[in-house]
Ligand binder design. Structure first.
Ligand SMILES: C[S@@+](CC[C@H](N)C(=O)[O-])C[C@H]1O[C@@H](n2cnc3c(N)ncnc32)[C@H](O)[C@@H]1O
Length: 203
């Protein structure tokens, strides 16, 4: 099964509380974003946003220029349905991030638990090159992956666990590390997943 089919099947067949990555409040992401003190007109893109509530909170905080990108159309349909009328103010992009060609640049790139699915060197290189092309100089990136103490798989797929050093090294060309933290995510099934989150400034 290819990646797109995998993710479409996941979002067609599983409810949010059956997905290990589901969070009611994406607090760590919101805290990182708040620290950047972005203007409310900042252009924000959530990579592999899935059916995350991040977009709901960003709208509530007054951000007006939000894009959610995901390989799964089903995932984005789910969020559009949840948001109702508010969905029309969001840009929805169905794309594999490794093939994404931005037509505008962004102030903030956010990715929780998507980058770590890229296990081939060529995919990682494509992702990094897309990120450099998408975020303008002095813009920001926040990337959350499983840490070296996290799970080895997610959604039945192998992932790449990152240490702070490794993630920083990957972003080294074009991004300067600002801050990294690890945190335990409590899944809807009451298990823990250790994440690494790092923020970067586009150099
Ligand atoms: C573990 S989920 C995380 C979802 C969301 N970021 C969150 O924190 O709730 C990973 C998401 O990445 C998406 N995804 C996986 N591979 C992708 C790719 N190559 N390009 C774009 N999206 C991808 C999946 O469809 C899924 O929604």
């Amino acid at each position: 099964m290819d990646d797109k089919t995998h993710w479409e099947t996941i979002y067609r067949t599983k409810a949010s509380d059956q997905l290990s990555w589901t969070q009611t409040v994406p607090k760590t992401s919101l805290d990182f974003i708040e620290a950047f003190q972005l203007s409310r007109s900042a252009r924000i893109i959530d990579i592999g946003g899935g059916d995350s509530h991040l977009v709901d909170f960003l709208l509530e905080e007054g951000f007006r220029d939000i894009t959610v990108l995901d390989i799964s159309e089903e995932a984005l349909k789910r969020v559009r349905f949840r948001l109702g009328d508010k969905a029309s103010s969001i840009r929805w992009l169905v794309s594999d991030i490794t093939n994404f060609q931005p037509d505008v640049d962004y102030d903030l790139w956010h990715d929780r638990a998507t980058f770590h699915f890229l296990t081939e060197r060529s995919q990682v290189n494509r992702y990094l090159s897309v990120a450099r092309a998408t975020v303008h100089t002095d813009g920001y990136a926040v990337i959350g992956t499983f840490s070296e103490n996290g799970p080895e798989k997610c959604s039945g797929l192998p992932i790449h666990q990152y240490t702070e050093q490794e993630l920083t090294q990957e972003l080294n060309i074009g991004f300067q590390k600002l801050k990294c933290i690890t945190e335990d995510h409590l899944t809807p099934f009451n298990t823990l997943q250790n994440f690494l989150f790092c923020s970067f400034r586009r150099a």
